[in-house]
Write a protein that binds this ligand. Structure first.
Ligand SMILES: Nc1ncnc2c1ncn2[C@@H]1O[C@H](COP(=O)(O)OP(=O)(O)OP(=O)(O)O)[C@@H](O)[C@H]1O
Ligand SMILES: Nc1ncnc2c1ncn2[C@@H]1O[C@H](COP(=O)(O)OP(=O)(O)OP(=O)(O)O)[C@@H](O)[C@H]1O
Ligand SMILES: [Mg+2]
Ligand SMILES: [Mg+2]
Lengths: 226, 226
């Protein structure tokens, strides 16, 4: 489904160039439930951004569903992301002027989903991440972990083929984190959604079916549980 | 050192009022190393903000060093915070146009510390949180966990009497988290700095000397290890 070949992203803003992602080659099949782990600064966010087409590589290829995403025009990439990729950002990136409900409905609105269906799906997802009663709160009225859960609900609402989640449980207590993992596993089973998350959280690592370890931008280990 | 009596913070923006902090009474002595834990939304950030004078209570008292901080004028509170409190925010709140080094030096500049001393202390702290070589990077050029470590270095640079740290290890791998805890414990011992952090991280809870558990804005448990 996703084939990454010799992917490199280099930044030249510092005295010594930073190879945030350094010659990475990886493949992901449909329905994977994979965790990318590694020290702070090892390249997890950069790798997820490259896979999601939010950033462009310095060199190397990313082929998704037999499309080399580097060849897509900007509008084709935006369109592809809208219909196929759900992204949970490390800093959530919620729209401050919209309520939790509106943030979750927004992507479905862009996808042309009916008002009725948007409303039902948004309420169902916000409830399953434990935010019942807070649908009409704005991000500034929510705790860090509550904002994180809105960001997750938003990524799942469009029922994407794949979800790229950057440290989706960083601000959650164990109970909320486990509930989130239950939800993601259920969607993985039911809709065959592929999940690729970066994490520092051992509770998430325990439930991943595959763990890819990055060190200094390189793949250090790639272990599949069976 | 800190005496909190019947502290309550209520928000009325939702259909049902939210008692973010609900009749909390707590005392902290000098040199404490205490963790505030509890589910997402249980009131940890709100409590830290109230103690740090960043928010005003709905009712109740906070007495720090025999000063009822609610009686301080806004400028007296700002001045008090500048010289006595170091704050690590859940969302870091770094200044985007300043480099890591400048963000850390900024508070010392406001405190009138000499240029030479500011430079040395900033470099020493950034090095001890593992950011050597990145002093001149701006927040947007740093990973989530790197930004988190700049925020911690900034809070410690002014050698405050107390440090209020809101989930200071949320985006850190185990190695970086342990290094941060070593640093905080060393400062706690050497300068008798009082540390009060909120956390979901079991690695941090293990090293706290006291664990206060919040549930729905109330103190559910308060355990001191010996
Ligand atoms: N402006 C506001 N209006 C309404 N409710 C608010 C507001 N600010 C915070 N709250 C609510 O107060 C409660 C406590 O929030 P707080 O941020 O203190 O929780 P927390 O324990 O820090 O959570 P987390 O672990 O997710 O960071 C939450 O239910 C939150 O939604
Ligand atoms: N614009 C930039 N200029 C220079 N270096 C950058 C830039 N953006 C990212 N980096 C560097 O690339 C490296 C990888 O960053 P990335 O955000 O991918 O790490 P990460 O594994 O997600 O870390 P964390 O666990 O802390 O979130 C880091 O050393 C970071 O400082
Ligand atoms: Mg990251
Ligand atoms: Mg919080």
């Amino acid at each position: 489904l996703i084939k990454i070949s010799n992917l490199t992203k280099t930044y030249n803003s510092t005295a010594v160039p930073v190879h945030a992602v350094n010659n990475v080659s990886l493949s992901f099949e449909k329905s994977e439930f994979a965790a990318i782990v590694g020290p702070s600064g090892s390249g997890k966010t950069t790798l997820l951004n490259l896979i999601g087409g939010l950033d462009t590589p310095t060199s190397g290829k990313i082929i998704i569903d037999q499309t080399d995403i580097a060849t897509l025009s900007e509008s084709a990439m935006i369109d592809y992301r809208l219909h196929h990729i759900g992204f949970v950002f490390q800093a959530y990136n919620l729209i401050p002027v919209l309520t939790a409900r509106e943030n979750v409905e927004f992507i479905m609105l862009l996808q042309g989903i009916s008002k009725q269906e948007r409303r039902e799906r948004a309420e169902e997802l916000l409830t399953s991440v434990g935010l019942e009663g807070r649908f009409d709160s704005r991000p500034s009225q929510l705790s860090g972990g509550q904002q994180q859960r809105v960001a997750v609900a938003r990524a799942l609402a469009s029922r994407p083929n794949f979800v790229l989640a950057d440290e989706p449980t960083a601000n959650l207590d164990s109970h909320s984190a486990e509930a989130l993992l239950d939800l993601m596993e259920a969607l993985n089973q039911k809709y065959e959604m592929t999940f690729i998350f970066s994490t520092h959280d051992s509770r998430v690592m325990k439930r991943a079916h595959r763990i890819i370890t990055l060190v200094d931008g390189r793949v250090d280990k790639d272990e599949t549980k069976k």
